[in-house]
Design a protein around this ligand. Structure first.
Ligand code: SER
Length: 889
């Protein structure tokens, strides 16, 4: 059975049983506790916690998931995967254990031609949580599973939570016995390879705190209702039903391996090391495509870093398979063809996905080259010093700076007959990991425990946001925290987090920064510095008490700084217009990758292939300013997500929870999903001036613009600058460019002349230096100190010139040029001297120590530097002795 068919059957079955089909959420759902969505229940979390009323009592979905805990293991075994799909059914306070068991059992054991998955009931085993005799009883009654195939396990295996505070509950897992060829008898408690887990039913009833019930800590509370969250591993079911051994052989993954076989001419299944590479390519290509599809771009932090790592591991594996051309877009196309039937957006957005992959591959191939040079130098140095082990810090530098995975370094070292100090490397890696961990812990502590805010949300509901229409309102204090702890009151001079029942203050989100302003009451005055939604729907004002004392229940008049807000609104509206214009210029391939709307200034990041030309940006600016003149009204309204998408609204990744969305229209020019605040009519923007664009890596471009008065001030400043320049150069402004060109050319010519004169001057001393040659055992030796200020290349030129003048004689030229505390030197030999065994490079060690230096080079010319100019005479003596010791001939 094809994987898409498995997904379809699952969804259809549950829809038939009263579940609403819900599409997979984006992999990067807005949840501060998660890097990527890693389970089907994530998009429903607020429903389980009771933060948001569920729009339906039952739901079913197939969720795309990414888990990145053990990227390094991927490929080494056939078990690990970074991308997978989880099919699930969910009940929000509707059916519980009995319903979940009944449904799961029916679906897996119903014959395939009757719409089920057709698993043999006699090969199914289940596990239940410690004392959950209720679940065990239900398995016996409903499914008729005999007691010996029902095993009980502790929290570690049979309690499920998200790994962080949130919903959780005991679970019951369904296993399929693959037969004796896969391992020992005795059920899942004995062997989880032979008995393969296919489905996990979680009886979601608890709220876990900082510590997990998995480790035996009691939950901190009960959820408002008893719920069901199940997750069936689609890939596992697929390989069982397709009669293959593991996920890499399934219909969705194997095609990528086949493509890699075509490229490399090698065969999967013939060599373990190659197989690891094939699997890395297949797994990571899939994750990469899906992540980029959801808006992640390669970078050096968080999600972007994970993506970068995945893509680089592919590039490296491909090279190790002997392929040197860029290939990522090719693999992406295979993934697209495999995945698009379930995820059509991948096909729609393919050009962009492929562009991002291509750009990252190019970037890495570039560092791969410079990294290889660093490697070659390090290898050469190791060998020169007689060693055979490449230093751990070199391997670390290659990893850290050039993105070289250690096994690439190992392989390259082996080719050169070297090994690598892996222990040293690992120690440095560990130190770096510890630093990262400490950073993460520090950041987490900054977030604090969110349970207080969640409680406030539960007690009072969401904060009513008035700020779309009102900038001033009276409101009541319903929550007050100091240092993360609830307090009754805060006095003058104190800082606090304050929650109101309603507020005109906009909380930072969607790229729009938070409002600031004041809160006033009887004898109380507070300044609002920042507003954040720490849990969805709850506006937390960060305030400072300027006068009086504020307590719970205090009535306050909240006033937003209106000038600042208007300026932010102008920026935000400008962002929408610039976005629309950029899309007009580049099409769908230009996807928004981030934005920032602050007073008077906006920033807009977007991905697009290749360079962004200045002409296009000028057009964007023209078009936006042209459109301002229509002065259309900005319209905002709420509708359903589907409706909005149907109307062609631009939706960004990082979706929000819930089905209702707000749409902002600016005539027929721009339509976006947006929760931000905007101007009433676009004429209010006055002027939008693009002030710069830059590339911020891997196909992501950044344009910045000033809006309104700020734009005007900017133009004025530029104008002033130009007129100052015109004044200084005493030409009319329009002649500035040609005048400056002129000046630059003249300057360049003058510099060139000076350089030539300097070289001539240096070389003019060549004759007198050659005259100073002394005969040392038949060799003409010129060993002299040169005046200060001759640089290395001048010195080389001079030595070459002196050597020329020695003609066909056997001769050695050694020149020393002190420069402050340092010196440089050069040694050159004539052909006749070399015939007598005098190599320049070999002469250096004879005197280098005297000048505190080192150096080396070829037989005809060697060069180096030192730190003891005082030792030059001694060096000359040492050199003379070395030349004198040369065999006569
Ligand atoms: N949340 C559970 C899991 O991830 C079941 O869906 O296994």
């Amino acid at each position: 059975m094809e994987t898409h068919e498995i997904n379809k059957r699952f969804l259809d079955y549950f829809e038939k049983h009263g579940h609403t089909k819900v599409p997979s959420a984006s992999l990067i759902l807005d949840d501060p506790t998660l890097l990527f969505v890693n389970a089907g229940m994530v998009q429903f979390k607020p429903y389980f916690l009771g933060e948001v009323p569920p729009p339906y009592p039952r739901a079913t979905s197939v969720q795309k998931c990414v888990r990145t805990g053990d990227i390094d293991e991927v490929g080494k075994t056939t078990r690990h995967n970074t991308f997978f799909q989880m099919a699930g059914n969910f009940s929000f306070g509707d059916y519980f254990k009995e319903g979940a068991i009944e449904r799961a059992w029916e679906l897996i054991t119903t014959a395939q031609d009757a719409g089920g998955f057709g698993f043999d009931p006699d090969r199914i085993w289940v596990t239940v949580y410690e004392n959950d005799s209720e679940a065990a009883g239900l398995w016996r009654e409903i499914a008729g599973i005999p007691s010996e195939r029902i095993q009980s396990r502790g929290g570690k295996d049979n309690y499920w939570d998200m790994g962080v505070p949130g919903p959780g509950g005991p679970c019951s897992e369904i296993y399929y016995d693959r037969g004796p060829e896969y391992g020992r008898e005795g059920g899942p408690v004995v062997d989880e390879d032979r008995y393969l887990e296919i489905w996990n039913l979680v009886f979601m009833q608890d709220e876990r705190g900082e510590l997990s019930p998995k480790e035996g800590h009691p939950p901190v509370g009960e959820l408002p209702k008893k719920n069901i969250d199940t997750g069936m591993g689609v890939e596992r079911v697929a390989y069982l039903l397709q009669g293959v051994a593991n996920v890499y052989e399934t219909d969705l993954v194997r095609p990528v391996i086949s493509r890699a076989e075509e490229f490399s001419g090698r065969r999967y299944g013939t060599d373990h090391a190659d197989d690891v590479r094939f699997r890395v390519i297949a797994d990571h290509a899939r994750s990469g495509v899906m992540l980029i599809g959801d808006g992640v771009t390669p970078g050096n932090e968080a999600r972007g870093y994970v993506l970068r790592r995945l893509l680089r591991r592919i590039v490296r594996s491909v090279r190790l398979l002997g392929v040197h051309e860029p290939v990522l877009p090719e693999f992406a196309a295979v993934v697209r063809d495999a995945m698009a039937p379930s995820y059509p957006e991948i096909a729609r957005d393919f050009d962009r996905i492929s562009d991002v992959m291509r750009a990252e591959e190019e970037t890495f191939l570039a560092t791969l080259t410079s990294g290889s040079k660093i490697f070659d130098l390090a290898a050469e140095e190791t060998k020169r010093s007689g060693g055979s082990v490449l230093a751990g810090d070199k391997a670390f530098q290659l990893h850290d700076t050039y993105g070289f995975p250690i096994d690439l370094t190992l392989e390259m070292a082996a080719e050169q007959g070297l090994s690598v100090d892996e222990d040293g490397f690992r120690t440095l890696m560990e130190e770096q990991r510890q630093r990262a961990k400490a950073d993460a812990a520090a950041r987490k502590a900054g977030h604090g425990d969110l349970s207080v805010y969640r409680q406030l949300l539960e007690d009072h509901g969401e904060t009513q946001f008035l700020g779309y229409t009102d900038l001033q309102a009276t409101a009541r204090v319903i929550g007050l925290l100091s240092g993360g702890e609830p307090v009754r009151s805060v006095r003058e001079g104190g800082k606090a987090e304050l929650i109101l029942d309603r507020t005109p203050f906009y909380a930072e989100s969607g790229g729009q920064i938070a409002d600031t302003g004041v809160l006033l009451g009887h004898g109380v005055e507070l300044r609002v510095h920042d507003v954040q939604k720490l849990v969805p729907g709850l506006f937390v004002h960060r305030v400072e008490v300027l006068a009086g004392e504020v307590g719970l229940d205090t009535e306050l008049t909240a006033s937003v700084d209106a000038t600042r807000r208007a300026s932010i609104a102008r920026s935000h509206s400008a962002t929408h217009l610039v976005h629309a214009a950029v899309r007009g210029a580049y099409g769908r391939r230009a996807a928004q990758a981030g934005s920032l709307n602050s007073p008077g200034r906006m920033r807009f990041d977007f991905t697009t292939p290749g360079a962004v030309s200045a002409d296009v940006l000028t057009e964007v600016e023209e078009e936006v300013n042209d459109y301002l003149q229509t002065d259309v009204e900005v319209q905002a309204y709420t509708t359903t997500k589907d409706k909005a998408l149907e109307m062609g609204a631009i939706a960004l990744f990082g979706e929000k929870y819930g089905n209702d969305v707000r749409v902002v229209d600016m005539g027929d020019y721009s339509r976006e999903l947006c929760g931000g605040t905007h101007v009433e009519r676009i004429g209010q923007l006055g002027l939008v001036k693009l002030v710069g664009d830059s590339s911020i890596g891997s196909g992501v471009h950044r344009v910045e613009a000033l809006v309104g008065q700020d734009a005007l001030r900017y133009v004025r400043k530029e104008q002033l600058l130009v007129s100052q320049l015109a004044n200084t150069l005493k030409v009319p402004t329009e002649q500035l460019p040609s005048r400056i060109d002129d000046m630059v050319t003249r300057l360049r010519n003058a510099e060139r002349e000076i350089e030539q004169l300097r070289v001539q001057q240096v070389l003019s001393s060549a004759g007198s230096l050659a005259d100073k040659a002394q005969d040392v055992g038949g060799i003409a030796l010129v060993a002299e100190r040169i005046a200060e200020g001759v640089d290395a290349s001048g010195l080389r030129a001079l030595a070459g010139e002196v050597r020329n003048r020695l003609g066909s004689r056997p001769g050695v030229v050694a020149l020393f040029a002190p420069s402050g505390e340092k010196l440089s030197f050069v040694v050159a030999t004539t052909a006749a001297a070399r015939d007598r065994g005098l190599a320049a490079g070999k002469l250096v060690p004879a005197f280098a120590e005297a000048v505190g230096g080192r150096g080396g080079g070829k037989p005809d010319m060697a060069q180096g530097g030192g730190s003891k100019p005082g030792g030059i005479d001694q060096a000359i003596t040492a050199l003379r002795a070395a030349v004198g010791a040369a065999p006569t001939g």
